[in-house]
Design a protein around this ligand. Sequence first.
Ligand code: HEC
Length: 120
Amino acid sequence: MKIRLISTAASVAALLGVLASPVVYSASHGGMVAEGKKIAFDRKLGNCIACHQIAGGTAPGNIGPPLVAMKARFPDKAKLRAQVWNSNAANPNSIMPPFGRHSILTEKQIDAVVEFVYSL
Ligand code: HEC
């Protein structure tokens, strides 16, 4: 009985160790790109497609520039994220919503969108 209790305690500790491991929580890169794509196309979330032409999207708007060759246009990924987080920094009169500053998307959602856009 005593031995069984000890082994149970050991497996609980092992399980907690697994749960506490950051690897369990971090999404794979491919997973983030897929999640970002959903957010960019979702009319109730990013709705980037309303203003930007994006490969794979239907009925895009043309208010903003097409999102293509993003790595060439934004060699610094942080600048791309800054644009999505607060479009008003680069252009105070931008009609692009400041997704981070206005808490339209969470920081995690913005990270995913940036990974997706950076893959275009
Ligand atoms: C209401 C329209 C609108 C929406 C929605 C919108 N944008 Fe924009 N976006 C623009 C406009 C217009 C520009 C051009 C720069 C400016 O006027 O600020 C722009 C610029 C950009 C740029 C810079 C492109 C470049 O080459 O300089 C990126 C990147 C971008 N948007 C990404 C996004 C992403 C990602 C989303 C969704 C999370 C999004 N936009 C949603 C209108 C929009």
